[in-house]
Design a protein around this ligand. Structure first.
Ligand code: DQA
Length: 150
């Protein structure tokens, strides 16, 4: 909960997602990270939620953001980028804060290289959304709101 009691959701993006819109558009599309932020704010606003939005290329910054989210947000919509396939530390951070996390991948990682098929995050995620493009973030926000209402 924020100071004004408006429920909040953290939308967290990992490495290289700041390049969204110009990075391999045939895989990730033409929308930018600011477009994603707007989509998330609009989806959350419909149910009276606010969005905290953060992108970092640094694993430790993402870990700190997950720790700081405890007690402050209803849950996290998280695209960990390539850290998905490498980071035990991010998985441990998620387990440590006991918050629902919706893992989002813009692309269908299962249709891509074999090294993208394994996720350290999936076993600690509440839900997983892959291959829905940037609409996956909207679905993630909606899913967290759904879970919070249970
Ligand atoms: C990604 C998929 C990852 O494999 C990749 O490293 C990314 C983006 C996605 O959104 O499809 O950076 O998480």
């Amino acid at each position: 909960m924020s100071e004004n009691n408006t429920p909040r959701i953290l939308v967290l993006n990992g490495p290289n997602l700041n390049l969204l819109g110009t990075r391999e558009p045939e895989i990730y599309g033409h929308e930018t990270l600011s477009d994603v932020e707007e989509l998330c704010r609009a989806a959350a606003g419909k149910s009276g939620y606010e969005i905290e939005f953060l992108q970092s290329n640094h694993e430790g910054v993402l870990i700190d953001a997950i720790h700081a989210a405890r007690g402050a947000v209803a849950g996290i919509v998280f695209n960990p980028g390539a850290f998905t396939h490498t980071s035990v530390a991010l998985a441990d951070a998620i387990s440590g804060v006991q918050l629902p996390v919706i893992e989002v991948h813009i692309s269908n990682v299962h249709r891509r290289e074999a090294f993208r098929h394994h996720s350290y995050i999936s076993p600690v995620a509440a839900s997983i959304i892959v291959g829905a493009g940037v609409n996956g973030y909207v679905l993630g926000v909606q899913q967290l709101i759904h879970l919070a209402g249970k």
